[in-house]
Design a protein around this ligand. Structure first.
Ligand SMILES: Nc1ncnc2c1ncn2[C@@H]1O[C@H](COP(=O)(O)OP(=O)(O)OP(=O)(O)O)[C@@H](O)[C@H]1O
Length: 374
């Protein structure tokens, strides 16, 4: 079932929490609402659910206007960060709860409810815990039960508010993978809230990045990462290396550092944003960039070796961070205090008062000195 969000505005007194939000969630998609605390994610989710009313705008499910429908009539499933299971009920009773309390006319026969609960518990792989009480479950298990309970009403739409927020990193990762599988198998449409960019990128078909009550960008995870449409999205999507300089023709300079841009920029004051994988390190400067750095720290992070670097003879607000492979690390054998040069492969230029970055690429070949490559 598709969800259309059309021009939603929400005020709390004089404070405007949502500013003209529009978003299309196609049938069967999983859409993540990503943004810092207070950006309006939960408020938007509650408006979709019918737990909160908007001041302006409409919500449509499969083309039908549900803006004025009561939460019960919208028939959506919810999962919240805090599992909210009933402590005095067993796992099976918790999952059956929504069905048990239906008016007699709508309630399925007891045998069917039992069967449905069994199927749901199998689905979340917790059939063997049916007779336990919530206090006897781990956090991850409780959250799976909460999900089974939300699915007991066979919702076509499932809304999740930081569903894995309170769990440790390993359990979160397992649950994400498992939610994705469930989603594909049962084909519901989901909107979930998170402030964790890794979670949003891993789970979503589309991510809506929110900031101060607005949607900054809606895109697939790949597109969002490759082509952030604003400075805010860039900053929010994880570590980024910044070189701020003054353009002199095609050359951007600051202190002893310079970068020869593929073309002269429109404005003199520019910032180049480069993600860790868009920069290489060399033992000498490349022909198009002179960005000397000193190694501050070296840490092994899973499959890569991450270096933190300080600019030498120029300034950056934050340390630079570049990842290299273990093979590169082993042949180079760098130590703290060693010097090297950053070589941008791709950079995103943002003029000082501008909002939207321009992506710059240097032609391979003119870029690297093979002898100096690390
Ligand atoms: N009932 C309310 N009354 C007044 N202000 C509210 C109310 N609910 C939310 N707000 C305000 O609206 C803004 C958006 O809140 P919301 O909970 O939607 O943000 P969020 O992005 O989900 O944040 P978080 O990640 O911290 O949960 C916040 O500034 C919040 O203080």
């Amino acid at each position: 079932m598709s969800i259309s969000i059309e021009g939603i505005t929400k005020h709390f007194g004089s404070f405007q929490a949502l500013k003209n939000i529009s978003l299309e969630v196609p049938d069967g998609q999983l859409v993540g609402l990503l943004g810092p605390s207070g950006s309006g994610k939960t408020t938007l989710l509650r408006i979709i659910a019918g737990l909160e009313t908007a001041n302006e705008g409409r919500i449509l499910f499969e083309g039908e206007d549900v803006t004025r429908l009561h939460v019960r009539e919208r028939r959506v499933g919810f999962v919240f960060q805090h599992y909210a299971l009933f402590r005095h009920m067993t796992v099976a009773e918790n999952v059956a709860f929504g069905l048990d309390v239906l008016p007699a006319r709508q309630r399925p026969p007891a045998a069917e409810i039992r069967k449905r609960v069994e199927t749901l518990l199998e689905m979340v792989q917790l059939g063997h815990l049916a007779q336990r009480y919530p206090s006897q479950l781990s956090g991850g298990q409780k959250q799976r039960i909460a999900l089974a309970r939300a699915l007991s009403m066979k919702p076509k739409i499932l809304l999740l508010d930081e569903p894995f927020g309170a769990l440790d990193a390993k359990v979160r990762k397992d649950l994400r993978r498992w939610l994705r599988t469930l989603h594909e198998e049962f084909h519901f449409t989901s909107v979930f809230v998170t402030h964790d960019q890794e979670e949003a990128l891993e789970l979503s078909d589309q991510v809506a990045v929110m900031s101060a009550g607005r949607i900054e960008q809606i895109d697939s995870p790949q597109q969002l990462y490759a082509q952030p449409s604003s400075r805010f999205v860039f900053d929010f999507m994880g570590n980024v290396n910044v070189f701020a300089g003054e353009a002199d023709g095609e050359v951007l300079r600051q202190g002893e550092a310079w970068v020869h841009l593929p073309e002269a920029p429109a404005a003199a004051q520019q910032q180049l944003y480069m993600r860790s994988h868009e920069v290489r390190l060399q033992s000498t400067a490349a022909s198009h960039a002179h960005l000397p750095l000193r190694i501050e720290s070296i840490s092994l992070v899973g499959a890569e070796v991450r270096l933190e670097l300080t600019p030498l003879g120029w300034h950056a607000e934050e340390l630079w961070e570049v990842g290299i492979t273990h093979a590169q690390f082993n042949s180079w054998q760098p130590s703290r205090g060693d010097q090297c040069f950053a070589v941008p492969q791709v950079a995103h230029a943002i003029a000082v008062n501008a909002h939207t970055p321009v992506t710059l690429r240097w032609r391979a070949g003119e870029m690297d000195d093979p002898a100096a490559m690390i």
